[in-house]
Design a protein around this ligand. Structure first.
Ligand code: ARG
Length: 261
């Protein structure tokens, strides 16, 4: 995370110095490369100077879903959505666009209190296939043990650098009781956690706002965790199905200036 922080919570959960650096210093943390062709809806967010700090997902031609803590206290002019670009350094690939509008969930206070969702509206439709998000009826996708796939350009070790390339990792949903025991602030209705009790594979700083998917659906948004890939400290994700009702009016609305023919 490049930015200096939005909340005390973020300081604790997103930027704790590590005590033990994971030995396996590979990708996302412990992941592998993913192609943009197979995941065309995966985007990253940069500041106006091109520094990447978060992820996002194209959920409609002009709408990008991300975390509230990625968009908070930024104006659209300070933000860029980079789509169609697997290698952050390949300026020729894809597009980098400034959003026209930012919507942040009205109840958002801090990532670990829930409601960590935001929607960026673009003026022009992106030429990449959107990913539908989970609906209230998709409860089954959050069953413990369900194998999800998280994607991002975030750090590949707790104190390391963010990734040049898009990375992915397979992370099983963990039981809510485990998450609640690990994190006293965990809110079962609004969040889920995924990963391994032993750590080693996880999302990390810079992956926030990005997708965690299964069966062609966005089920979560990377939100918070203590350090990265630590034993007993899995990543926490926004339970998107629970926010479908709040997201639909924003995602289904046409951006102003776009005329429905
Ligand atoms: N808050 C982080 C970000 O802004 C994401 C942290 C995820 N942490 C984890 N252990 N999975 O990028």
């Amino acid at each position: 995370m490049r930015r200096l922080l939005v909340s005390a919570v973020a300081i604790v959960t997103c930027c704790l110095p590590c005590t033990t650096v994971a030995a396996a210093d590979v990708q996302v943390v412990g992941g592998e490369r993913a192609s943009i062709e197979a995941n065309p809806w995966a985007v990253h967010l940069t500041d106006a100077r091109g520094a990447q700090f978060c992820g996002g997902t194209i959920v409609a031609p002009t709408k990008v879903l991300t975390a509230a803590h990625c968009a908070l206290s930024r104006s659209p002019s300070e933000l860029r959505v980079v789509a169609g670009r697997e290698d952050k350094q390949d300026r020729e690939a894809g597009v980098s666009v400034t959003p026209a509008d930012i919507w942040i969930h009205k109840q958002y206070v801090a990532a670990d209190e829930g409601e960590d969702v935001a929607v960026l509206t673009l003026k022009k439709a992106l030429p990449y296939t959107p990913l539908p998000f989970a609906e209230l009826t998709d409860r089954a996708l959050y069953q413990p043990g369900t194998q999800l796939r998280a994607l991002g350009w975030g750090r590949t070790s707790e104190n390391g650098k963010t990734s040049r390339y898009l990375m992915q990792a397979t992370l099983p949903v963990l039981p809510d009781d485990f998450c609640a025991e690990t994190y006293p602030q965990f809110v079962k209705t609004d969040m889920f956690c995924a990963g391994y009790e032993g750590g080693k594979i996880d999302t990390c700083q810079g992956d926030s706002g990005g997708p965690i998917v299964v069966e062609g659906k966005l089920v979560g948004v990377t939100s918070w965790g203590e350090g990265c890939a630590r034993k007993g400290k899995p990543g926490v994700y926004v339970r998107i199905a629970r926010y479908a009702k709040d997201l639909h009016p924003v995602v289904d609305a046409l951006p102003t200036g776009v005329v429905d023919p």
